[in-house]
Write a protein that binds this ligand. Structure first.
Ligand code: GAP
Length: 459
């Protein structure tokens, strides 16, 4: 266990298995389920809330706390509407929508099966011969219309245009808009970064695949400001970082790949973008995007606001507009990837053991304290130990069911260590610690339990 990278094979688990485990064990529930659910909104249950928090903490620790040159920001979700005009989102944050004239179903044109191949083959009208995925009719498409993905909302009591703004579709913009304030207050020199974790909202047209494509999502974004001309080097650095970060938490290398976007598919702000992709059960999908955004954003907001967003370079005694490299990761997608890659089924003496081999830092529960019986002296001792360990770790006390069943339950939610308090504990003051992955058990005195956890968990 500890912090070493576990070498594992790519996961072959199905989405249905993961969705059902998530519901059964309290990782993720359909939003508003008692009202029939709500498309592409999901709620994180007790274990999901822990896992999500651990993912965000791990990212913050590695991106902000460990790096001297990166600082954090926690900005408001609703910003001045002009932010979205200057950033280009009002004009460009759109999907091309088409309707099938036969069955009236609506689709994203560029997501239709065969669209990409038609574009690659140089078709003048790539939709012309494409069948409708719903009714099968070919080429019955309306002209594509640009549909803006931002959720509109109204600030103030009157629903008039002056009060219209948007729920942010990405956390990035606040880091550009607050560039001058952060620079002045943190006194950083280039290269330096501003990082933020927070909710974003997108009115996705083709939602689905569980928490892969959400309408309310959470992002962890870093805007890394560098001197013009040094951006290519940093683009390479952050591309490599994304791969190392996920493999460092045990995600198998063979289920990850870096895919460079071709020029035609680049966002309006980007000179180059690479996605770290994961091999999901439904195919390769974007996990972490790294974009070379040039000076597009700072210049756009400087023009839009009329404020100076330049940086004074002490070496050359000139004002420059920094270039930006942006690694942008979705918390929900990271959550799904860690779940999928942790999942394993193994034969054991009672049939099949389901185990989530989470990295100890990410595991929702670090250790379970299990009294062998519900008899008072044992439960009192076990509760005392739980309370002591809970000062440092998220620890569960569990006294229901046979010890075998309890081990299984904790394997299935990825608890790295189970600590059993038995009758002998009352005599020798020692407990048994079982390792989730090797199933090995060691006897440890009560006074040594915390130090043993620290050693086995790696922190
Ligand atoms: N600031 C740049 C930006 O937002 P993006 O590629 O649109 O770039 C970054 O989003 C990351 O956010 C993606 O790589 C993905 O992990 C996550 N993400 C984007 N849209 C999402 C959605 N609808 N549901 C869940 N995660 C999403």
């Amino acid at each position: 266990m500890g912090n070493e990278t576990a070498v594992r094979a790519a996961s072959t688990v199905s989405m249905d298995t993961i969705v059902s485990l998530c519901k059964r064990r309290g990782f993720v529930f359909p939003s508003s389920e008692i009202y029939g659910g709500y498309a592409s909104f999901w709620d994180y249950g007790p274990l999901g809330a822990e896992l999500k928090r651990n993912i965000k903490d791990a990212w913050w620790r590695d991106i902000v706390h460990k790096r001297e040159e990166v600082v954090g920001l926690d900005a408001s979700i609703i910003m001045h509407p002009d932010v979205w005009k200057s950033s280009g989102h009002l004009e460009n944050f759109t999907d091309p929508l088409v309707d099938c004239r036969n069955c009236k179903q609506r689709f994203r044109a560029d997501n239709l099966p065969g669209f990409e191949q038609a574009v690659e083959a140089g078709a003048t009208d790539p939709l012309a011969d494409l069948p409708c995925p719903n009714c099968g009719q070919r080429g019955k498409w309306t002209e594509p219309r640009a549909f803006n993905l931002m959720f509109k909302t109204f600030v103030g009591s009157v629903e008039e245009d002056a009060a219209t703004t948007y729920l942010r579709p990405e956390t990035a913009q606040a880091m550009f808009v607050q560039f001058a304030n952060v620079l002045a207050s943190s006194r950083r020199k280039l290269p330096f970064g501003i990082a933020q974790i927070g909710k974003a909202f997108r009115n996705e047209i083709t939602p689905g695949n569980f928490i892969f494509r959400l309408r309310e999502l959470e992002q962890m974004e870093l805007e890394y400001f560098v001197k013009p001309g040094e951006d290519d080097e940093w683009y390479e650095y952050w591309r490599a970082f994304t791969m190392d970060w996920f493999t460092g938490f045990g995600v198998p290398r063979e289920s990850l790949r870096l895919r460079e976007h071709d020029r035609a598919s680049l966002s309006h702000y980007s000179k180059g973008t690479t996605d770290l992709e994961y091999l999901f059960p439904f195919g390769w999908g974007e996990l972490w995007g790294v974009a070379a955004r040039t000076d597009f954003d700072l210049k756009a907001h400087a023009t839009g606001s009329g404020k100076d967003l330049s940086y004074f370079d002490e070496e050359t005694k000139t004002h420059i507009v920094p270039y930006v490299v942006e690694p942008a990761l979705g918390v929900d997608r990271a959550f799904l990837v860690f779940l999928l890659s942790a999942y394993a089924e193994e034969p054991d003496k009672d049939g099949t053991r389901v185990v989530l081999r989470f990295h100890p830092r990410l595991a929702p529960v670090k250790a379970a304290v299990l009294p062998l019986s519900r008899k008072a002296p044992l439960t009192a001792q076990a509760r005392e130990l739980r309370d002591q360990l809970a000062e440092r770790y998220s620890v569960e006390y569990d006294e229901t069911g046979s010890i075998g069943k309890r081990y299984r339950r904790h394997d299935e939610i990825g608890t790295p260590l189970c600590i059993t308090v038995d009758f002998q504990t009352l005599e020798d003051g020692a407990v048994t610690i079982r390792d989730r992955d090797t199933m090995e058990q060691v006897r440890v005195s009560l006074g040594e339990v915390e130090a043993t956890l620290r050693e086995k968990l790696g922190f």
